[in-house]
Design a protein around this ligand. Structure first.
Ligand SMILES: Nc1ncnc2c1ncn2[C@@H]1O[C@H](COP(=O)(O)OP(=O)(O)OP(=O)(O)O)[C@@H](O)[C@H]1O
Ligand SMILES: [Mg+2]
Length: 433
């Protein structure tokens, strides 16, 4: 079961003194411009709903003025929404009184802004300690916690320097350390890496993903950069004029953009260099254990019509391939490894499609996708790759050969990565075969 941390429902934000009148106009179907003309109120958010699961990086994306920062700030109520509900771990944030809100904010959230706002007259350690100081944590404990956060973001040894002695990228790391030190497990990050040059920015993105995996943080990350959103790897909520125009995993948005606005966002993205094999892989059928017999294995195949199956050893490493015909022609109890073709082309789930294209071209049956430890996670066929490249809807579902069973997608970076071979219905988008 997926653990939902944040649920945002029908949130509206109108800025200005006439918010109530504006809300009535909005309810009666008036748009942003009309509301502004009639009341002076600015519609920042227009019925926004989404949720964030534990251990997920959700990226809120959109052009300037689309409402990203407003949305993020409503979550910890730095901005009060005009109407709607925001639940964090089941607590309705919109109705908390001032004191409870401060406490709740401290306990749950770390926040990182684009302009990291380090105090210039404090050392890095003192800056990182700031949140703990506010919480009244003792001097020794806060120093220890600050030093481990500083180490975590790769700034070990820089704790007694001042911000001006650090590069922009290092200051950004210090900002991140400050958010991590308070040990809040929900991080709200607003254009946190936008001020960094591209190389350092990519490095920070990688580091954030690594940190998130290690520390199981739940992250809401605002960005106007699709490339960044894709690289962070979680779901994307795409906003326009205060509304969500599409939400889903990058590959869903890339291959099935809804409307011109989304299409314009994705048109310059080279799908093959962003979609990873792990995302593309068909997670079902499972690897077939080499010591199993055709008699045992056949019933497991159900009505899947994949032509080739990957055979694995008992540690789930691919060791060969076997055709469906070979299995069908042998219903005895002998191990299937005598029927398999030894050796199988593999590629890592974290590799992008582009790098695997040459290999895929010479492997008509597809290649086995493995995780970092070499364990089988799924198969990518030529048909799947072609459909992804063509940018056609449904490119990431299943190969033509498949039957009519439903498959529940599982993706790297999602909270259920560890259980990639045992999909949990409801927690992930479902594609039909
Ligand atoms: N305090 C405010 N008073 C009035 N209008 C506001 C206020 N804050 C935001 N807005 C308006 O709300 C809308 C959404 O703004 P928001 O700052 O959330 O956009 P954004 O997507 O974060 O943009 P950017 O990428 O430029 O940071 C805009 O039309 C903006 O002008
Ligand atoms: Mg903003």
């Amino acid at each position: 079961m997926t653990n939902e941390r944040i649920r945002v429902e029908n949130v509206v934000k109108l800025f200005g003194d006439n918010a109530a009148t504006g809300l009535a106009l909005l309810t009666s179907g008036k748009g942003k411009d009309e509301i502004h003309d009639e009341t002076g109120a600015v519609l920042g958010l227009d019925n926004v709903s989404f949720s964030v699961n534990e251990g997920e990086i959700l990226v809120v994306m959109g052009l300037s003025g689309s409402g990203k920062s407003t949305m993020l700030r409503c979550i910890n109520r730095l901005i009060d929404p005009t109407s709607g509900s925001i639940k964090v771990d089941g607590t309705e944030v919109t109705t908390l009184n001032h004191r409870d809100l401060l406490e709740f904010r401290r306990a749950k959230f770390g926040m990182v802004f684009q302009h990291f706002a380090l105090f210039p007259n404090r050392t890095i350690a003192e800056n990182v300690e700031y949140g703990l100081e506010v919480q009244g944590v003792s001097r020794t404990e806060r120093r220890n916690r600050a030093l481990s956060a500083i180490e975590l973001v790769g700034l070990k040894g820089w704790d007694s320097r001042y911000p001006s002695q650090l590069s922009g990228g290092m200051q950004q790391r210090a900002g991140l350390a400050r958010a991590l030190a308070v040990d809040a497990d929900i991080l709200l990050m607003d254009e946190a890496f936008s001020a960094l040059d591209p190389l350092i920015r990519r490095e920070m993105q990688d580091e954030l993903v690594a940190l998130q995996r290690k520390m199981k943080k739940t992250i809401v990350f605002v960005s106007h950069d699709l490339d960044e959103a894709i690289h962070l790897g979680g779901r994307i909520v795409l906003m326009k004029d205060g509304r969500i125009v599409q939400q889903g995993y990058p590959e869903e948005i890339l291959t099935n953009p809804q409307g011109d606005y989304v299409r314009r966002f994705v048109e310059n993205i080279d799908v093959s260099s962003v979609i990873t094999l792990g995302r593309l892989a068909l997670r079902d059928p499972p690897g077939l254990l080499r010591s199993a017999s055709a008699r045992d294995v056949f019933p497991q195949l159900g009505n899947r019509k994949t032509d080739i199956y990957i055979v694995t050893c008992d540690r789930n490493m691919p060791v060969g391939r076997i055709t469906r015909d070979a299995l069908a022609g042998s219903s005895d109890g002998a191990p299937i490894d005598r029927l398999m073709q030894s050796g199988v082309a593999t590629a890592k789930a974290s590799d992008v499609l582009k790098t695997a294209l040459p290999r895929l071209a010479s492997e008509p049956g597809g290649i086995a996708i493995v995780d970092d430890d070499g364990r089988y996670v799924g198969i990518v066929t030529q048909a799947m790759a072609l459909r992804a490249l063509a940018g056609t809807a449904g490119a990431i579902d299943t190969p033509d050969e498949s039957g009519d069973a439903s498959w529940t997608g599982q993706f790297p970076n999602s909270p259920s990565t560890d259980t990639a071979t045992t999909p949990s219905p409801g927690s992930q988008p479902t594609f039909r075969m």
